[in-house]
Design a protein around this ligand. Structure first.
Ligand code: ASP
Length: 310
């Protein structure tokens, strides 16, 4: 039996101590703790890494603090279009959805695509029809209405540009959520879920649902979940690049994450970060932005929760 391990993120960006209230920080810490404990509970009883990842993500999708599920940001047209994906490192199976609306837990839909269809990736109307047929929970528009997200959208509309999800003016923040886990049988899994970017164009898809860009898992190397400016993460094939550097160049998890996040992404102006875990239970929580909501837990060790750079 391997020791289990799990790590989660709730988005990266310009998260500054000076812009944070004590209440807000407590709420984020509690939300991260709730999520990681839900995932850990599954790993503790010998459950599969994939189930732990899905459970941890669902908790954050249900929390309006994060840009996923309930707290998904507004598109330019004032709607919510969500993306999510999951990957099983044991057999490289994966499921993903893009541009779905009114789905309470997009990660559950990605899981259904993985388990119950012959496909990997369903988008838009087709994904929603598949959701109906598979009894996935829907929620009305008002469930996704969060005042803070509405204000962000209004702000973005004024400038007539696509503005990244941010809480304070000029403070960029990406509230996407993700999880990576290693179970006691040595299986790795990764998953990511997002509302994308505030004021994004109808039909815009980021890195989150793209296997290899926002999410990747392979028992031979690592499990990775990303958050950041999706266009750059797609162009850099970030999650798979970390795995490739380990597989083909023999880099350690730490070296691979360092290369991708602090060097390759920075060179093209890609802001954000990732969480990664290898089969030995090593964890990397790596970001080139001011902060990243993050937490990790390795069996037998105490819970780590971080927000800022230091
Ligand atoms: N990567 C996501 C996207 O571009 C945004 C985020 O991480 O917050 O859709």
């Amino acid at each position: 039996m391997n020791p289990y391990a799990i790590a989660i993120h709730g988005g990266a960006g310009t998260i500054l101590r000076s812009a944070m209230t004590a209440e807000k920080e407590t709420a984020y810490r509690k939300a991260l703790e709730d999520s990681i404990l839900a995932g850990e509970a599954i790993l503790k009883r010998g459950g599969h890494a994939l189930d732990a990842v899905e459970a941890a993500i669902r908790i954050m999708e249900d929390n309006p603090l994060f840009n996923a599920g309930k707290g998904a940001v507004f598109t330019h047209d004032g709607k919510h279009e969500m993306d999510a994906s999951l990957m099983n490192g044991k057999d490289l199976t994966a499921g993903a959805v893009a541009g779905v609306s009114n789905i309470k837990n997009p990660v559950a839909l990605a899981r259904a695509v993985m388990d119950k269809s012959e496909h990997v990736f369903l988008a838009g109307q087709g994904a929603m029809e598949f959701a109906k047929k598979n009894n996935i929970d829907f929620a009305p528009d008002d469930y996704f209405y969060v005042q803070m997200r509405y204000e962000q959208w209004q702000e973005a509309l004024k400038s007539d540009t696509v503005i990244l999800d941010h809480t304070e003016k000029d403070h960029k923040k990406f509230g996407t959520v993700g999880a990576v886990a290693l179970d006691v049988k040595g299986n790795l899994a990764a998953g990511t879920s997002t509302g994308g970017m505030t004021n994004k164009k109808h039909g815009r898809v980021g890195d989150t649902p793209i296997i290899g860009a926002g999410t990747y898992a392979n028992n031979a190397t690592c499990a990775v979940s990303c958050t950041g400016h999706g266009e750059f993460f797609i162009r850099s094939v970030v999650a798979y690049d970390v795995s490739c550097l380990m597989e083909y160049k023999g880099l350690s998890l730490k070296e691979a994450c360092q290369k991708v996040v602090q060097d390759k992404l920075v060179k093209i102006g890609g802001e954000g970060g990732l969480i990664a875990l290898d089969a030995k239970g090593n964890i990397e929580l790596s970001f080139n932005s001011e902060g990243m909501y993050r937490a990790s837990k390795v069996q037998g060790n105490s819970l780590y929760i971080g927000i800022y750079k230091d």
